[in-house]
Design a protein around this ligand. Structure first.
Ligand SMILES: [Zn+2]
Length: 314
């Protein structure tokens, strides 16, 4: 869509890129800035050549006409926006178009939107402003209405997996696991790799997810041993979910290649025969509901205890 806009000379003054963290909004915004300013032969196709001086400067964050404004601390500060506005008063130094990329547009200090609104209402010539946001709920309607929205949907898992293997050198099993937990966001896949490595998946499977008899003592010690940080806990619960999902796959299809944890097939096979499909599905559903509750800020210990008690009932 962006390439078509360049080819047809239909590039608008303000865009709003919407999509999950790590999905590639900033990469696309920078690539768009390159395509708009490319001096190579790709410009006619609406693409960037990646080799010309302009493309290289943007790659190295050295292009004077491409401004990337990122939060200083928690959010974008009013001084950063004012500085941007001062620069917009002049014509582009050397580029064909000036591109201002404001990341975290849904996390701006309170009075910034009004300051920014003036620029969006009277956009300077030869300027493209791109706002990036995870969630449009936190953006004023007056700003929304002045930007052309571009939605970034979660990528298909196989595509994330392929990118991890070909672009980042992960092996197949790792790539598959990270992609499955990435929610379709390549950036998230990279971000969680360390944490995922530290999660003892086999232990989780044997002593928790796939264990039929859960005693009160075990429940207590398990809840006590889980990560105290909500983010880490949620990630672990997501891993638990994929382990259960794999158990269901082994139970029903009796094969390995489609598994997320294909390295644990040997452990799962005897386990799966012990379970009925309906109990596995029930366990999965309870886990899913618990994750939702914790995401909605439920007390984690209570939610987990309740989950384990339901699990113990079979
Ligand atoms: Zn170029």
């Amino acid at each position: 869509m962006l390439q078509r806009a360049i080819r047809n000379e239909k590039v608008v003054n303000s865009y709003l890129f919407l999509g999950n963290e790590g999905i590639g909004k900033k990469s696309v915004a920078l690539q768009f800035a390159k395509a708009l300013n490319c001096l190579g032969g790709e410009a006619e196709k609406g693409d960037a050549c990646d080799h010309c001086p302009s493309c290289k400067k943007i790659d190295h964050a050295l292009h004077p006409d491409v401004l990337l404004i990122e939060p200083e601390g928690q959010n974008i500060k009013v001084d950063q926006v004012r500085q941007m506005q001062r620069e917009l008063a002049y014509k582009p130094y050397e580029g064909k178009r000036r591109v201002c990329i404001l990341t975290a547009a849904d996390r701006m200090a309170p009075h910034i939107p009004n300051t920014l609104l003036k620029t969006l209402e009277e956009p300077p010539l030869h300027t493209v402003i791109i706002l990036l946001a995870n969630n449009s709920r936190f953006i004023l309607p007056t700003i929304l209405s002045r930007c052309q929205p571009v939605r970034f949907n979660p990528l298909p898992i196989p595509l994330v997996s392929k990118w991890l293997m070909e672009g980042k050198g992960f092996n197949e099993a790792e790539a598959h696991l990270l992609a499955s937990l990435s929610e379709g966001s390549p950036g998230k896949a990279l971000e969680i790799q360390e944490e995922i490595r530290q999660i003892p998946r086999e232990e989780l499977l044997k002593d928790w997810v796939g264990l039929k008899s859960l005693s009160f003592e075990r429940i207590g010690s398990w809840v006590g041993s889980l990560p105290s940080q909500r983010e880490n806990l949620l990630l672990m619960l997501e891993v638990a979910k994929t382990l259960l999902r794999d158990l269901v796959m082994v139970k029903t299809l009796k094969k390995g290649p489609e598994l997320i944890h294909s390295d644990l097939l040997q452990v799962m096979e005897p386990m799966a025969t012990n379970w009925s499909l309906s109990s596995l599905l029930k366990r999965m559903e309870i886990l899913h509901q618990t994750t939702l509750a914790i995401k909605a800020n439920a007390n984690t210990s209570l939610a987990l205890e309740a989950m384990m008690l339901s699990w113990a009932e079979g």
